[in-house]
Every structure is written in C-alpha cells, then in structure tokens.
Ligand binder design. Structure first.
Ligand code: ATP
Length: 666
C-alpha cells in the first residue's frame, strides 16, 4: 500500500464513524513478506488514547507510524491488498451498523444524529477538527467517568473556599475543559452552579469591584441570601432540602442604584447567558391577554448561552443555566389585586393588571413549568403597592432595601466611582495627581501645596453633598467635569479662530482640569436643579390642589436635640401609614432630624415618593414650642395639616447646607 492509499484508507475509516471496538490487527506477516515488513511499524495493536498522540505520530490500523520514516511497502502482493481492503471495509460496515443501531456511548449516539445541537456539542468537544477513530474505542462507562471528573460539581471544600473568598482548586482532571461534553443534566446543573460560584468568588461582591458605592451591606446581604444557594453544589442543596430563591425585590427611593445593582448582580448570577431586563410598563399591553403573553414570552424564551458556553456545553447547560430576569418598575405589573367591587379602583384596567399578577404567580409557583431555572429581580420605589401574594416566602422571598447614602463615607465611595476616570487620567487638580498626567505636570511648574489631596477633596465634596442620592452624586461629578470642559473648549475655540500656534491649542486641552471650585459650583447646580424640579411639581400640584390647606413648605428651625423632637412626635406620627424615618446627620455629629410620613388615607395610586415630596405649613410651630406646648397637646398633627398631604419636618441647626438638602428632598 502506498502512502496515498494509506491516507485514503484513513479517510475511509474516519468517514465511517466511530468503530467502538479496536479493529483487528493487520495480519502483517501474512500480507507482507517478512523481508518487506517495515521496521518502523510497531506491533502495538491498541491505539493510544486521545491526548497521548504526539504531533509526529499518526495511527493507522492499530499501529503507530512515526512521521519522517518511510512506509513504502512497494512490492507486496496486489491480491492481498485487495483482500485486506475488503476485509477492512467489511469490518467497518459491521461496526458502523452496530454503532448506529445500539449506540454504546454518548458520543457515538451524537455522531449518528445530524442535528445542529449535536454538531455544536461535537465541535465543542473536538474543536471541529477531524476525529481520530481509535480514540473513541472506549466503552460508555469509561467515557462517562472521564466526563464526570472533568465537569464535576465544585467539591464541598472548593465551595467553602469560594465562600471564603479564596481561589478554588482547579479540577484535578487531566481532561481539558474543552474536551468535556456534559451528557447529563445533573452534571450540567453542577456545572451551572460551579460557574456561578466562580463568578461570585473572591472580591466579586465588593462595591469597589462592581463600581457601586456605599452599598456594601446590601451586597453582602444579597451574597448571603441569593448567591450562596445558587452557587452551592446541587447535591448539597438536595441533601439539605433547600432550593435557591426565585425572587429578589430591591426597593428604595429613586436614583439610589437599584438598576445599577441589578445589572451587576446579573453578571455574577448569570455568567453563562445574558440577563433579560424589562420595564414593567413595557409588558403591559392594551389588548386583552397580550400583557400575560408578553410576560410568558419573557419566561419561556431565555436568551441563548454565550457563544463559548454554547460551544463547550451545548444543550444540557442551556437547560440548566440560570436565567435572570430584571423587572424594572415592578409595581407597574405587580400591584395588589382586587379592591372594591372586585374590579379594583381602576375598573377594567385593574382587572387586566390582576390577570398579569396571576400569570406571574403561576410562573413563579411552577404551575406553568419553566423551561430553565429562573431568578426574578424586581425593582421598585413603592414596595407597599406590590401584591402581598408575590411577597411571600418562595416567591419574592428576599427583599432588600437599597438606601440613599447616609454617611460621608458612603457618599465618598459613590463619588469615587464617578471620579475614578478623571482622577486616574490626572484631570482632577489635586496635590497628589498621578505622575505624568496633566495635573501632575502643572504641579511641576506651580506651587500646589494649598490644594487638597484626592482623598481630602472627595471627603470635602461628600460632606457638602449631604442628602444626595447616588444619581445626584453622579450628577455632581458630571457637572464639575462639564464646567472644566466648558473652559477648555471655549479657550480652544478662541485659539482656533485666532489661528494661533499649535502649542496654544494644545495648552488649552492640557488646561482642562477639574478644580475644587468646579465641584463646589456643581454641587450648587445640582441643588438648584432639584429646586427647579420641585417648582415644577408645585405647579402640577396646584392644579390638583386639595380642598383645604395651603400648599407650602416650611422648614422648621430649632436648636433642640434629636430626642427633644422624637419625644414629641410619635403620638402624631402613629397616624401615618408609613414609618417615620429619622436620620441623624453624619456631618460632624451635629443633630439634625428629618421626619417624614404619610397619612393612611392616601390613595394607593399616589406614590409615596411624591407624597413625601409634598410640603405643608405647620402654623405657629415655633410659638407652640416656645409656649411649652407640643404637637400632641396643641392638637393632633393630623388636625393641623391639610388632608392627604405629607409632612416634612426638618430641624435646621446647621445652616445653609440643611436648607439645600431640604430643597432636594422635596
Ligand atoms: N450606589 C451607587 N454607586 C454608584 N453610582 C450610583 C449609585 N447609585 C446611583 N448611582 C448612579 O445613578 C445612576 C442611576 O441609578 P439607578 O438607575 O440605578 O437608580 P434606581 O434606584 O434604579 O432609580 P429609579 O428607582 O429611579 O429607577 C446610575 O446609573 C449611577 O450612575
């Protein structure tokens, strides 16, 4: 057989599929005269297993042939060659028929089918290259054993390491990950949780890693209650008899980072497939039954796995990898059902909404089985409006408040997220700017010892921004940068129009540095815009003004301490539907009090946020207090205030900033 024929025979073997038993040895001594036996043909009849072959070897008919050495039995008998070829073809046919009728291994079964999925799995397994037939001559059990070890669930000790933030030990299997094709859903779900465990291990849940400031407590709650069960090996969960949570509700006032947090969580909890983010109103449709259908579609059509996971693990992982659905403005679809007359307060619209809630309940309960494991993350400013049935354990079991930053430290960490880039590139004028940046170069030619360091500057801004949400703090960083940019661009345009030298133009760009003054002005801008927003709200409110009471806001001034006021207030505030909140200022421990609450008779459609923003005038407040009276003795607060209005009380004993804060609150 010459070289070409040998290659052809190899091709034939390949094309025929996977022989499951080692082929019969070539009767070399029968077919090839002894004096023509090639010396390099080694007698080993058993092919080397896949992976052991070196690049300069190839196998044919059970013998190893070394590259570079001649294999040219030019003179042996032609009849024998034909017999040999026929014998070989017959053997292959038999094996092919056998393997097609009773697949003896998962891989052989896959080879027989021609669907895209099998090909994807196969290409993931063998990298789309030719298949060496003899490498499959292992029986099913052997093959499964090797797969099992390569995609084994994280061991309990590895899992513990992941929780402790340590790097887990790599799988001990010598089979590379790419060579592992999960054939069994149990293995695939172990793989899915292993991927989640890896994605959330180490520092993944730190705010500094995620680019989220001031929410470390929130993150560690979520890590403990949501991530740990999802990352745990399924067998361990089964032994403990628990299931991962199906729903997480993030609630809190606007702009505090709920959406940001949900997106970042999605990347940890769903490393293998993209998350679905949908806003509540997008689901609602005017046609009967359409909203429910929209909701079902979201559950039933999870996005495909990312390419590399699809390629490597295919369908089994697609069935077991978590699908994370983020429902923004969740209250739009999950409002409490029922109400007066069975139609709620919104007539037919209320009935339609009820039906969406029912659909959601059905999906979460598994009445309507889900195609893949699903985690819902609901985001809302108004948790009180959500149907209680959705909130019970087993549905939105984990509820976490995403609060406004309360301390200077929390605000500083949010500011650092938004100032990171400008500081790193040396665009913030501070004493300790990174070397070789615009700010650093300026420091080489000018005395900058008066300037704060970066940390000092961030702290200064954080103190000044008392009361701001994360979104407002991001706004401060943006507004400061645009002030610096405005200066630079105006200069730049001036130089261009005067057609001065290139150096001048370059300098104006270099001069684009954000200063402490820019930040201070930016803080004022943000407070101002909050006032403007409030003004618009006031205008709107005038049109739906209630029948009695004035629609004004009074900031109450007092030198009382926190406890002086709280002693007076509970009697009145107990009438309120929402919990009064008291926030002590972090500003050098100065006492400051904010109390807020709402009347119980506020309609469910009025948002609590709007409600709190409404202001009232409390007549003769100072007089009442200085005359020794307090609110409870001088009449109920409820009697004093216009009906269905909120109260916003503030003790102002730390000057300008408190007034500004007040403006943003309203
Ligand atoms: N804790 C935070 N850390 C860093 N940035 C934040 C934080 N909170 C808010 N931001 C900034 O504010 C922007 C708006 O926040 P986000 O949309 O997440 O708020 P939200 O709570 O979802 O608001 P809403 O309830 O109005 O939808 C974010 O894109 C981010 O730039």
């Amino acid at each position: 057989m010459d070289g070409e024929q040998a290659k052809q025979a190899v091709r034939l073997v390949k094309r025929s599929g996977m022989p499951l038993d080692p082929p019969p040895d070539l009767p070399t001594d029968q077919h090839i005269p002894a004096n023509q036996q090639p010396s390099i043909v080694e007698g080993a009849a058993i092919a080397k297993p896949m992976g052991e072959m070196t690049s300069d070897e190839s196998t044919f008919c059970g013998s190893t042939i070394k590259a570079g050495k001649s294999f040219t039995p030019t003179t042996y008998d032609g009849d024998n060659r034909i017999n040999l070829a026929n014998e070989r073809l017959e053997w292959e046919r038999q094996n092919q028929a056998k393997s097609n009728s009773t697949p003896r291994s998962a891989l052989s079964a896959r080879m027989a089918s021609d669907d895209g999925l099998s090909n994807a799995m196969l290409s993931g397994t063998v990298d789309g290259k030719g298949v060496d037939p003899f490498s499959f001559a292992e029986d099913k059990q052997e093959l499964q054993e090797s797969m099992k070890s390569s995609i084994s669930a994280p061991s309990t000790s590895n899992f513990q390491k992941l929780i402790n933030g340590e790097q887990p030990a790599e799988s001990s299997s010598s089979v590379p990950e790419q060579a592992a094709a999960p054939v069994n859903l149990d293995f695939a779900s172990a793989k899915a949780s292993e991927l989640i465990a890896r994605a959330g291990s180490g520092t993944a849940f730190r705010g500094s890693t995620l680019g989220i400031g001031g929410l470390d407590d929130v993150l560690s709650q979520i890590q403990r209650r949501v991530w740990i069960p999802l990352a745990a090996p399924p067998t361990l969960l089964a032994e403990l008899g628990i299931q991962p949570v199906r729903g997480l509700l993030l609630y809190g006032s606007p702009g505090c980072g709920k959406t940001l947090l949900a997106r970042k969580l999605g990347s940890i909890l769903s490393p293998a497939r993209p998350i679905t983010i949908v806003s509540g109103p997008e689901i609602m449709d005017k046609f009967v039954g359409s909203s429910e259908k929209n909701l079902r579609d979201i559950f039933d059509n999870p996005p495909e796995l990312y390419f590399e996971f699809k390629k490597n693990y295919g369908d089994p992982l697609a069935k077991t990898a978590l699908h994370v659905i983020v429902l923004d403005e969740f209250d739009a679809i999950a409002r409490a059902r029922g109400g007066s007359g069975g139609k709620g307060e919104q007539g037919d619209a209320g009935v339609a909404r009820d039906s969406v809630v029912n659909q959601l309940l059905a999906k979460m309960d598994g009445v309507d089985p889900l195609s893949v494991p699903t985690l819902l993350i609901g985001l809302t400013n108004k948790p009180s409006l959500i149907d209680p049935a959705l909130m019970r354990p087993g549905r939105f079991e984990v509820k976490v408040e995403v609060p406004k930053p309360k301390t200077v430290e929390q605000r500083a960490s949010i500011l650092k997220v938004h100032m990171y880039s400008m500081h790193k590139s040396g665009r913030v004028l501070v004493r300790d700017a990174p070397v070789d940046t615009a700010a650093w170069r300026l420091s080489q030619v000018t005395e900058l010892s008066e300037l704060p360091t970066y940390e000092e500057l961030v702290d200064l801004i954080a103190v000044e921004c008392d009361g701001m949400s994360g979104a407002s703090l991001a706004g401060v960083a943006r507004a400061a940068a645009s002030r610096a940019l405005e200066r630079a661009v105006t200069d730049f345009a001036g130089h261009i129009s005067e057609s001065t030298s290139g150096d001048d133009v370059r300098n104006t760009i270099n001069d684009c540095l954000v200063t402490q003054e820019d930040f201070e002005k930016a803080i004022d801008d943000v407070f101002e815009s909050a006032k403007a927003e409030d003004y618009r709200e006031e205008e709107v409110k005038v049109s739906k003004k209630p029948t009695k009471g004035k629609d004004e806001t009074t900031t109450l001034h007092s030198s009382e301490t926190l406890s002086d006021v709280t002693d007076d207030m509970p009697a009145d505030l107990s009438d309120f539907s929402s919990e009064p909140t008291a926030v002590k200022s972090a500003n050098e421990g100065e006492p400051r009090m904010e109390l807020s609450g709402g009347y119980a008779d506020v309609s469910e459609h009025e948002s609590i946020t709007e409600y709190f923003r409404a202001g009232v005038e409390i007549p003769d407040w100072q007089d009442r207090r200085s005359n020794g009276g307090n609110l409870s003795s001088s009449g109920s607060l409820r009697d004093l205030l216009p009906k269905r209005r909120a109260v916003w009380l503030k003790l102002d004993n730390f000057g300008r900033r408190a007034e500004d804060t007040d403006a943003t609150k309203r």
